[in-house]
Structures are given as structure tokens and as C-alpha cells.
Design a binder for this molecule. Structure first.
Ligand SMILES: Cc1cc2nc3c(=O)[nH]c(=O)nc-3n(C[C@H](O)[C@H](O)[C@H](O)COP(=O)(O)OP(=O)(O)OC[C@H]3O[C@@H](n4cnc5c(N)ncnc54)[C@H](O)[C@@H]3O)c2cc1C
Length: 537
């Protein structure tokens, strides 16, 4: 056997969670290889140059990285030394209304409260009240929970019952985001704006158990940030951190099978016939369908694991459709003529006017049809000119659209440019200068997402729904929530594990804690065990 293909461990897929895991393990002295099917590392940290226009960069997957430079791994792995730079524009989000008004979220809480008060003084007071109530909950419970492997739900509930903060969290969690917003806030624009973040971007707003997501949003100081040089600049920094600690990212290596001997994961065979051997572990950054049903032989996975993997569900409302444009000048929103600060808005939301649009959007997703557009996006080059040639700009708008368009995702290949035109028309209504500023444009459909990243099945960018109990210790499913797989030496480190999708790096961070503990290796960087922290509340 080829000596160079023998490692302490193998990681499948080079998403940011995998790279974070790999870097921590490398620092602990382990020799680890990551196998990636594409020709670039980083998964959803992807920035590409428009092949028709040199120098015009587009972030085809993630762009908004929430509170990224506050993540512990960002500092532990010294990613700024490896080239990462994060920007957090002050006017973080602006919801532009057709009547020229705007609801704004600032990095400065007082300015956000002032914007809310412009719509409803009562809602501004409610915002302040919930922010104050949830600040300690976010800091003492929710952030520690996201930074640790999850604990048993019953034990968690018992620990939370012991403090006023814990009891408030449990009570609010019982609600759906919709229940919470309708109960607490009165103004339809504020209601719609709040639900945008969790209802439209993250979980189904009707889902009980997620009411605290809104309260958390009100209290969290960390706002949307962007990576200078594009999302891929973070991937490059992570790969540098991996290489510095002796790790190897092997591109264009498509795994065919996880090898199991005597009930233990011992290696990976690729489609090209190469065999990579693992002395201690194989970790999968892929989804549970790929890991347990496609890459492991049927006879090595217990039947209940196979059944649970087959029942794993993907979000119906998570797929994104993207319109990307190359520009002579940035979008100039009409609303900025009255309110000049709006020209510095980072994320701009268009087409959202009130609460009744949500059920309509959900109905369209379930029927596989296209709802009237609600879209959001940015012009990255306004904040980072390096993403286009001097004097030029790139920008994008995203919209939630169903994966199974008219019952079949293949319909997207025929429909996507038509829908891109619709989005561009709407965008021009808010920013009329775009009519003359657009050099050219292209679209990406939910089907394109799945083609690029098969782990994002059905275009689900969160790599698994948060419904059906697929949260906490039950993510991806009951019995697999501790980052360990169905056979010895197999681990899970991707977004299908707690705390889930988006660019948080926390599934990889938490998996590193479990894996190093199992190998008896020190992890001085790991936080205090969650149970101990909750016991002190
Ligand atoms: C259009 C779009 C916009 C998004 N915007 C944001 C955003 O603004 N903010 C945010 O936080 N998140 C965003 N996301 C979500 C975010 O990108 C994902 O949740 C995140 O990338 C998941 O990270 P991961 O580490 O689990 O793996 P991924 O980033 O999903 O990477 C998985 C890797 O595994 C590889 N792979 C897949 N199958 C195989 C296989 N069989 N063998 C080997 N390798 C394989 C893939 O090529 C990929 O490199 C967006 C996603 C999309 C699609």
C-alpha cells in the first residue's frame, strides 16, 4: 500500500466545518487528510471570478457571516494571521418599503431602537425589554450551548428549570417565531422584518420550539459580517491553518466507500480506486444520507441507523435563487435621496411589506410555484473594492424559491433566466440607475446549489431541516447527536450536526472536542463542559 495514503484520520468534504476540525486535530499532533470532490476547498465559502469578465468576483454561496470574528475557532486558529479580515458595516440591514420608508438594524442598538420607534413606540419599548431579558440568556445559555456537544434534552430542561433565565427560555421556546412576533409586536412592518431573519432565512416560521430564535436575534450583539476578498478568503485562511499544522486537503478525490473492518472505520476508497487508510478515525462532513446510506455498506450499519438516515428531512423553505450582476456603478436606491445614510446599507431587503406575505410564500414553496418576489442582497464592492476591477461593482439579490419547480427541479434550467429578469425588474423599481448600470448578469437556481454541493440535498443550504426534532442531541437524528457514527471510529462534523447549517464552524468545533476526548488527547482550548455551566445558573 502507498505509505503516503496512511493518516491518523480522514475527513470527507472540505466545508469550513471539516477544515476547522482538521486544523484543531493537526494542532493536537494528528496527521489528517481531507478528501474533497471539487477542485477548490471550502464548500459554501466560495467566491468565483465571472469567466466572461476578469476581476469581477461573485460569492455564489455564503456571503453574510454572522458574528464570525467572535467565534472561538477564529481566534484559536489565528485566522487573521492566515489572512482573514472581517468587515461589519454599521447600517447592517435595511428593509426598504415601497413608500420610501425603511426599517433599519444597526450595529448600534440605540439606532435600531430609534428606527423601530419610527414605526411604533410600543414596539421599540418591546424590543428594548426583550433585548434586556435575553442578553443574559444568550450569553449564559444559548452561546455556550452552541459551542458544546449537546446534552440530553431532559437533563437540559431540568437544569434550565432551576433559574429564572432558564425558565424564560423554555417558555419562549414553546412558541413558534410567528406566535412570538404576533404576540409581542404590533406593527406589521416590524413583524415582517423580524420574521424575515428566522422565518424566511432559517426555520419555518410556523415551527413550535423556535420562538426564542427571535428573542435571541433581538439580544445578540453579533451582526452580519463579510469577508474581505470574498467568502473564499476565509477558506484560504483555513487551508493555511490546516497546512501549517501538517494537514493535507486532497482535491478532486471522490469518496466511493468508507471502509469498515471488524466494526471499525479504517479508511476510504475513492471512485478512482485509491485507498486511504485511517489509523484512528474517519469523519464525515457530509449529510447522513450520504454517510450512512451511500458510503457505508448496508451490512455494517445497524438497521435503525439506516432507517433514521433515510427519514432525515431537508428544508422545503431553505433553497435560494440568486441573481448576480456586474455593474458600472453601485445600485442607487431612490429611498437614499431622502435618507442619505441608506446608501451605506449592507444588506437590503426588497419586496417585503407585511406579514401576510409569509403564508403566501410558504404556500408557493409547498406547491412548487413562484411567489411574488421578496428578495435581499448586497453590493459587496461598496465595502470591499477588491471584488471588482477599479471603478466597477458586483452585486446580488437572493430569493427563497422552491426546489421542485412545478413538480420537477429540472424545470429550473428552462425557467431561471426568465425569473432573473423578473428580479432585475423589481430591483430597478427600487434602484432605477440599475437600468443603465448593468453590464451583464447570471442566475443560480436551487438545482445549481445541489449540483455543486450534493450534501445540500434539494438545495437545502442548512443541510437538514430544523423540523421533525432534528435539533440539539437529535441532530441529525436520535442516537447520532454526539458527533459519533454508527461504527467505531466514525464521526460526523458537518452542518447536519448540532448546531446546524450556515457559516458558524460550530459542528466542526464541537466534533473536535468529542474526537480529541475519545482519543485521549488534550484540548486546552475547549470550553468548560456545558452541563457544569448550566448547573451554575
Ligand atoms: C446560495 C447559498 C447562499 C448561502 N448564504 C449563506 C450566508 O449568507 N450565510 C451563511 O452563514 N450561510 C449561507 N449559506 C449556507 C452555508 O453555505 C452552508 O450551511 C455551509 O456551507 C455548510 O457548511 P459545511 O461545513 O457543513 O459544508 P459545506 O460548505 O456544505 O461543504 C461540504 C463540502 O463537501 C463536499 N462534498 C459534498 N459531497 C461530497 C462527496 N460525496 N464526497 C466528497 N466531498 C463532498 C462539497 O463539495 C463541499 O466542499 C448559503 C448557502 C447557499 C447554497
Amino acid at each position: 500500500m502507498n505509505e503516503s495514503r496512511e493518516y491518523d484520520g480522514i475527513i470527507l468534504g472540505s466545508g469550513h466545518n471539516s477544515l476547522i476540525l482538521q486544523a484543531y486535530l493537526g494542532r493536537a499532533g494528528l496527521k489528517v487528510v481531507c478528501l474533497e470532490r471539487r477542485d477548490t476547498a471550502g464548500g459554501g465559502l466560495s467566491t468565483v471570478e465571472d469567466p466572461r469578465r476578469p476581476g469581477f468576483l461573485h460569492n455564489l454561496h455564503s456571503f453574510y457571516h454572522r458574528a464570525l470574528n467572535r467565534m472561538p475557532w477564529y481566534h484559536d486558529l489565528e485566522l487573521e494571521r492566515h489572512g482573514a479580515v472581517y468587515l461589519e458595516p454599521a447600517l447592517n440591514v435595511a428593509l426598504l418599503l415601497r413608500n420610501g420608508r425603511s426599517l433599519e438594524w444597526w450595529t448600534d442598538f440605540e439606532k435600531t431602537a430609534e428606527s423601530f420607534a419610527g414605526f411604533s413606540r410600543r414596539d421599540a419599548a418591546t424590543l428594548r425589554r426583550w433585548r434586556n431579558a435575553f442578553l443574559p440568556i444568550v450569553e449564559q445559555i444559548l452561546i455556550p450551548e452552541s459551542l458544546s456537544p449537546p446534552i440530553e434534552p431532559e437533563r437540559r430542561r431540568a437544569l434550565l428549570q432551576r433559574s429564572a433565565e432558564g425558565r424564560l427560555l423554555l417558555a419562549v421556546s414553546e412558541l413558534s417565531p410567528l406566535d412570538f412576533v404576533e404576540r409581542e409586536f404590533e406593527h406589521p412592518v416590524i413583524q415582517a422584518g423580524l420574521l424575515f431573519f428566522n422565518g424566511l432565512r432559517e426555520v419555518d416560521l410556523r415551527c413550535k420550539g423556535f420562538g426564542h430564535h427571535i428573542a435571541m436575534l433581538l439580544a445578540t450583539a453579533g451582526k452580519a459580517q463579510m469577508s474581505r476578498g470574498g467568502a473564499a478568503a476565509l477558506a484560504r485562511a483555513l487551508v493555511r491553518a490546516v497546512s501549517e499544522s501538517g494537514g493535507n486537503v486532497q482535491l478532486q478525490a471522490v469518496p466511493k466507500k468508507i471502509l469498515v473492518e471488524n466494526g471499525r472505520a479504517v479508511g476510504v476508497e475513492t471512485v478512482g480506486g485509491d485507498v486511504w487508510r485511517a489509523r484512528h478515525f474517519v469523519a464525515s462532513g457530509l449529510n447522513p444520507v450520504q454517510t450512512f446510506l451511500e458510503l457505508l455498506d448496508e451490512d455494517v450499519v445497524p438497521l435503525d441507523w439506516r432507517n433514521k438516515a433515510a427519514a432525515f428531512t431537508f428544508n422545503v423553505i431553505a433553497p435560494l435563487f440568486a441573481l448576480n450582476v456586474n455593474l458600472r456603478e453601485p445600485p442607487r436606491y431612490e429611498a437614499a435621496e431622502w435618507r442619505p445614510h441608506l446608501k451605506d446599507a449592507f444588506m437590503v431587503i426588497l419586496g417585503l411589506e407585511g406579514l401576510p406575505q409569509y403564508p403566501e410564500i410558504v404556500r408557493h414553496h409547498e406547491a412548487g410555484t413562484i411567489p411574488p418576489s421578496v428578495m435581499w442582497g448586497s453590493c459587496p464592492t461598496q465595502f470591499d473594492p477588491s471584488q471588482a476591477p477599479p471603478g466597477f461593482h458586483t452585486a446580488f439579490m437572493w430569493e427563497k424559491l422552491p426546489y421542485r419547480l412545478h413538480g420537477d427541479p429540472a424545470n429550473w434550467d428552462r425557467e431561471k433566466d426568465r425569473h432573473g429578469e423578473t428580479m432585475l425588474r423589481l430591483w430597478c423599481e427600487y434602484a432605477p440607475n440599475l437600468r443603465g448600470a448593468v453590464l451583464d448578469w447570471f442566475t443560480r437556481s436551487p438545482l445549481d446549489t445541489e449540483r455543486t454541493f450534493p450534501n445540500m440535498k434539494a438545495g437545502d443550504l442548512l443541510v437538514g431541516a430544523f423540523t421533525h426534532g432534528q435539533v440539539g442531541l437529535n441532530r441529525p437524528f436520535a442516537g447520532a447527536g454526539h458527533y459519533r457514527g454508527a461504527v467505531k471510529g466514525l464521526y460526523l462534523c458537518g452542518a447536519s450536526s448540532h448546531p446546524g447549517g450556515n457559516i458558524t464552524g460550530l459542528p466542526g468545533y464541537n466534533c473536535a472536542q468529542v474526537l480529541l476526548a475519545d482519543l485521549g488527547l488534550p484540548a486546552s482550548w475547549a470550553p468548560e463542559p456545558l452541563e457544569k455551566k448550566l448547573e451554575r445558573l
